[in-house]
Design a binder for this molecule. Structure first.
Ligand code: PEP
Length: 239
């Protein structure tokens, strides 16, 4: 399956960050085979700018969240239609930081994923267990319930990102065996052709190993996607 390497910039980035993308393009020019998809999800304030400046550079732009409705009285929210209008092709939904900070339930995440598909975007649906849940041996039960509750029922395209909460921004990663086991579990629960990304402390030093695990079809990268050198190295590591 064609790998997808996605960068989640979270609440980082100003208009001056255009220079980081220019640096990334310079680092990748001529050295990245055309057999992988590259995605950058900057804060919403930069989507239009990045889409305008970099639409011909071979990578896609995505949002980090969307509202389930297309428009209406929801101050501060952004709809999937607005993201698409600004030039996005993907949107992350159900990231653990949103599930924790904004109390997003599986039902809310599914509504957002359906909204993304309605607007022509591909939702990247995030799932993953906490440290306590893994220690209790409940990781598959938790991830299985998140998948069952968050994936839209229709035929639309989507991507899954398995992101153990305890691995995000901590420098910790599951063992290769644990990643392989969880990805095989997820693979069995989604239809053929759905990409399953791994996310959680992916960096240049572990990218090749993680991206070569069976059933890992790419990565969702947080911190390391903010540095052009690191993100370029991770993109190159995809087979
Ligand atoms: C993320 O936030 O999606 C993520 C994977 O973060 P990091 O790579 O920094 O762990």
């Amino acid at each position: 399956m064609r790998p997808l390497i996605a960068g989640n910039w979270k609440m980082n980035g100003l208009s001056s960050s255009v220079r980081e993308i220019e640096k990334l393009i310079g680092l990748l020019s001529g050295s990245v085979p055309d057999d992988r998809d590259i995605l950058i999800c900057p804060p919403a304030t930069l989507i239009g700018l990045f889409a305008t400046e970099f639409s011909d550079e071979g990578f896609a732009i995505g949002g980090q969240d969307c509202h389930a409705k297309a428009s209406g009285p929801h101050t501060g929210d952004i709809s999937a239609e607005m993201l698409a209008d600004a030039g996005a092709a993907f949107v992350i939904v159900g990231h653990s930081e949103r599930r924790a900070d904004h109390g997003e339930t599986d039902e809310a995440v599914r509504a957002k994923a359906e909204a993304a598909q309605r607007a022509g975007l591909v939702p990247i649906i995030c799932v993953g267990e906490t440290e306590a849940q893994r220690k209790a041996g409940k990781e598959k039960e938790i991830v299985g319930a998140q998948l069952a509750g968050s994936i839209p029922s229709g035929e639309g395209d989507y991507v899954i990102a398995y992101e153990p909460v305890w691995a995000i921004g901590t420098g910790l990663t599951p063992t290769t065996r644990d990643i392989a086991e969880m990805h095989a579990f997820i693979r069995a629960k989604v239809r053929d052709g759905v990409r399953v990304l791994y996310g959680g402390s992916v960096k240049p030093s572990n990218a090749e190993e993680i991206l070569s695990i069976v059933n890992v079809h790419g990565a969702l990268v947080g911190g390391a996607s903010l540095k052009a050198e690191d993100f370029a190295a991770i993109i190159r590591a995809a087979k």
